[in-house]
Design a protein around this ligand. Structure first.
Ligand SMILES: Cc1cc2nc3c(=O)[nH]c(=O)nc-3n(C[C@H](O)[C@H](O)[C@H](O)COP(=O)(O)OP(=O)(O)OC[C@H]3O[C@@H](n4cnc5c(N)ncnc54)[C@H](O)[C@@H]3O)c2cc1C
Length: 269
């Protein structure tokens, strides 16, 4: 395949029931949940911005309802209630250790954030997917990676996998300096943290302003941006219509939507 960006999949989806092995605070508002157990066998995640469907137990219950995969999609046993589910990025998967890390932003409400804030070893979580993976070539002249806290797992994975000599310009919006994280990378990375400094998540134009103000280096580039849905719109518009970036080399995705629960992610390009 000579394309520089393409989608792999859809892969057959398996729903797994995994056990919390560890709970590690990453920053004051991000917690890393390390999952394991026999059901993790065969898990694969090839793309930096892969996502899994995470299924949560009903409040007060330890085990989530886990559907089986039928020919037309997930199937529940009679009498079972569809579990709450949300999308999360496999931050790290180690097949040898049998561990999968998911990093949860603790933003205060919703089944995912609430579950993660209280999670402890021995708790159970359902995980389905990933259904597909985006392949992005390592030979772009440079990469633009940007997003808010929810995009950090995918950005961190991308920075970890970029080879020496690759060039990345990164903008990450967080609440304040205490939410900054450190990344491992061999690439040549110019990382700028943007602080909301008291503004609510999803109400600023910090990412858009930073991208608009950037003097784009020469050469071809892949642009990946994720965060609050409405905040993504002017960025998508700017990259596609004002910078004229090739459509297949841009991914701008709304990972959540302010004021809406269970937002289905949107990517119009
Ligand atoms: C492909 C993909 C990958 C993702 N990967 C991750 C990941 O690795 N880590 C991660 O933390 N999130 C990730 N997200 C975002 C996550 O799925 C959403 O934030 C989700 O809405 C959280 O569910 P919830 O049950 O906590 O809140 P919901 O019930 O969905 O929403 C409740 C309320 O909280 C608000 N809200 C939701 N998320 C946030 C937020 N981040 N900050 C402030 N307010 C919020 C909503 O607007 C709503 O008002 C990803 C999303 C997608 C589409």
């Amino acid at each position: 395949m000579s394309e520089k960006v393409y989608r792999r999949g859809p892969f057959p989806v398996k729903f797994r029931c995994l056990e919390v092995l560890r709970v590690t605070p990453v920053t004051p508002h991000v917690v890393r949940i390390t999952l394991g157990g026999e059901d993790l066998a065969g898990f694969q995640s090839e793309g930096a911005d892969d996502h899994v469907k995470v299924l949560f137990p009903e409040p007060g219950k330890r085990r989530p309802v886990i559907p089986t995969m039928g020919p037309h999609g997930p199937v529940l046993a009679p009498g079972e209630k569809k579990p709450d589910s949300r999308d999360y990025t496999p931050r790290r998967f180690d097949a040898v250790a049998g561990e999968l890390d998911l990093d949860f932003v603790l933003h205060g409400s919703g089944p995912a954030s609430t579950w993660a804030a209280q999670a402890k070893p021995g708790d159970m979580l359902g995980v389905g997917g990933p259904r597909g993976s985006l392949f992005v070539s390592n030979d772009f002249d440079w990469y633009l990676l940007a997003g808010d806290e929810t995009a950090i797992p995918a950005i961190a994975r991308r920075l970890e996998e970029l080879p020496a000599g690759a060039r990345a310009i990164v903008f990450i919006e967080v609440a304040n300096a205490s939410e900054e994280q450190r990344f491992e990378t061999r690439a040549d990375v110019k990382l700028t943290w943007l602080h909301r400094d008291g503004a609510e998540a999803g109400t600023t134009n910090l990412l858009d302003a930073a991208i608009r103000a950037l003097e784009f280096p020469p050469g071809d580039y892949f642009a990946w941006v994720s965060g609050e849905s409405l905040a993504m719109r002017p960025i998508r518009d700017h990259l596609l219509n004002e910078r004229g970036t090739k459509k297949s080399w841009v991914r701008v995705t709304g990972y959540w939507k302010r004021g809406f629960s269970d937002h289905i992610h949107d990517s119009h390009n």
